[in-house]
Design a protein around this ligand. Structure first.
Ligand SMILES: [Zn+2]
Ligand SMILES: [Zn+2]
Length: 542
């Protein structure tokens, strides 16, 4: 999607659910979102980048009970953990909030009241799983049983092992209590429903123009065509946002979680000291572009439930939903219990964060599944980062530093400018299509071109061939340094630490992070002092 340059952009990244540590499956959404934001800024856009911890719902309450601590304590621990991981990975949110903030409670209540006022919420008595030995109703993950659609073992709110369908309260068959294991019974209770089915027509036309990746739009379209079932939006829990006027019920976590996007925008804007009505520019007046980065497992929530809720309460709608494919490990689905998982902190103890950022976008197209394996990681680092990029940087800078010490004189050749301009254009097109792999591939092709240009022109021979040879050698070196500068600028979005190192070695002024893509075509200044080059990447091994 091409965004009008004068439009501020709000980019959000799906909220991590804070009842466990960050694994690389999480990063498939956060890292590309961060890269996208960095490139948009390099294209001249004004961007706000927000996310936060998803803190409510039954899994957190269950872990708290199991550990004998409060849900707040669970949230606090992993909220800090995720913040630390994002910092280490250079995923730079302008604001990272949490959905249990006072502000998010208030905003959620306001939106739910609006939905009630506008006639989109109704009451109904439904059968709910109840455990007689625990003497409590069993919402969502407190229940296990059989999926009514496919017969597989399912959790209370989702058939996670089988058909993947969302399950409404009371739908699961043969319910068992997860706390004590005894068979649960169904008891009637009053709950509140969101009239999602009345939004079918609206959703059809909304999805028709919604930007983002096709996987998101197509999945959502299919659901709308098949059937939209009303959502039960209340749960019997203590922990959460109270349903207006009911002390015994909280809203379903999928109500207050996406509302976090609005609350965090508000909190960020207030923190910046701006007029607090400024957030309305984003969420009320439709004067900005809103882009959600999510995983394919939550398309339903972001492309159906969320826009219907926004529409029903009179808020602006997201302009694009970008859904990343899921991560597998050696061809197998992620599973903590089966040990099939790669923890981010362990990864970062051994490898530079930039190598992981590079791998996550270069290994497969954004909407496709990413099959992680150590072999493929080592191959990308050794062949591409060490072999192509590191080689270019080290060879060229060492030669230039040894023979000239500064960026030499000379004109940039047509061939080189043309190659750089092609890379810039391809890069921008790729980003507009959310094809981050194509983006890095285009820049790596330019690095590859730099290597072959250097090899072809043989400056190490020229320098020994008298005055004329030396003159030509200067020109060649100047051109390859230009290529290096042009590689650095876009690749900074992917590997900010490493590209800053190259930027410094090139003797450039200021940091590379604020440099726009247009600068790729600006000739590197002759006479600026080069720094003694050091190795950019180390080979990695088992
Ligand atoms: Zn099923
Ligand atoms: Zn029980």
């Amino acid at each position: 999607m091409k965004i009008p340059v004068e439009m501020p952009v709000l980019v959000t990244s799906a909220l991590p659910y804070v009842n466990g540590e960050c694994h690389i499956g999480h990063l498939r959404t956060y890292v590309p979102a961060d890269i996208y934001v960095r490139i948009l800024r390099k294209m001249g856009y004004e961007v706000i980048f927000i996310s936060g911890s998803d803190t409510h719902g039954t899994p957190i309450v269950l872990s708290a009970e199991a550990q004998g601590i409060t849900p707040e304590a669970v949230v606090e621990r992993y909220h800090e953990h995720f913040k630390r991981v994002f910092k280490e990975l250079n995923v730079n949110f302008d604001y990272y909030g949490r959905t249990d903030s006072e502000n998010n409670h208030r905003r959620t209540e306001e939106i739910v009241k609006k939905l009630i006022e506008n006639g989109y919420v109704y009451k109904m008595r439904i059968k709910q799983a109840f455990c007689t030995s625990c003497e409590r109703f069993l919402p969502d993950r407190y229940v296990e049983g059989t999926c009514p659609f496919c017969g597989e073992i399912a959790r209370g709110d989702e058939c996670d092992q089988g058909c993947g369908k969302h399950l409404e309260p009371g739908e699961i068959r043969e319910p068992r209590c997860k706390i004590c294991g005894s068979t649960a019974e169904f008891r009637e209770q009053e709950h509140f429903f969101f009239n999602l089915s009345s939004f079918a027509e609206f959703l059809t036309s909304y999805l028709d123009t919604m930007g983002g990746t096709l996987n998101a739009r197509n999945y959502a379209m299919e659901w709308v065509k098949k059937e939209l079932r009303d959502w039960c939006i209340t749960r019997n829990l203590e922990w959460g946002v109270k349903f207006p006027g009911r002390d015994d019920l909280v809203v379903y976590v999928w109500v207050d979680a996406p509302i976090g996007y609005i609350s965090f925008t508000e909190e960020f804007i207030k923190g910046e000291g701006e007029d607090e009505t400024e957030w309305g520019k984003y969420w009320k007046e439709d004067k900005t572009t809103i882009v959600h980065f999510i995983g394919t497992d939550i398309i339903y929530h972001h492309c159906i439930f969320w826009p219907a809720m926004l529409k029903g309460a009179g808020y602006s709608l997201p302009d694009a939903v970008v859904a990343s494919g899921m991560v597998k490990i050696d061809g197998k689905t992620f599973s903590k219990s089966r040990g099939n998982v790669v923890w981010t902190t362990e990864f970062l103890e051994r490898f530079h964060p930039d190598t992981l950022r590079y791998y996550l976008v270069s290994h497969s197209s954004h909407t496709k599944e990413l099959d992680f394996s150590w072999d493929s990681f080592f191959m990308r680092v050794n062949n591409e980062l060490v072999g192509i990029l590191g080689n270019l940087v080290h060879r060229v800078l060492s030669f230039a530093y040894k023979n000239f010490g500064v960026v030499p004189d000379g004109d940039i050749e047509e061939e080189v400018f043309a190659e750089i301009e092609k890379t810039r254009e391809e890069g921008i097109r790729a980003v507009e299509d959310y094809e981050f792999k194509k983006f890095v591939d285009a820049v790596m092709m330019l690095a590859d071109f730099g290597n072959s240009f250097f090899q072809r022109e043989e400056p190490w021979r020229l320098i020994k061939k008298g005055v004329q040879g030396r003159e030509r050698c200067r020109e060649i070196v100047k051109n390859v340094l230009q290529i290096l500068k042009a590689v650095c600028i876009p690749l900074d979005a992917v590997m900010p630490d490493k590209m800053e190192e190259v930027w410094e070695q090139l003797g450039m002024e200021g940091d590379v992070h604020s440099v726009k893509l247009d600068e790729m075509m600006v000739p590197i200044k002759s006479g600026q002092a080069l720094k003694k080059p050091s190795k950019l990447f180390e080979r990695v091994e088992v």
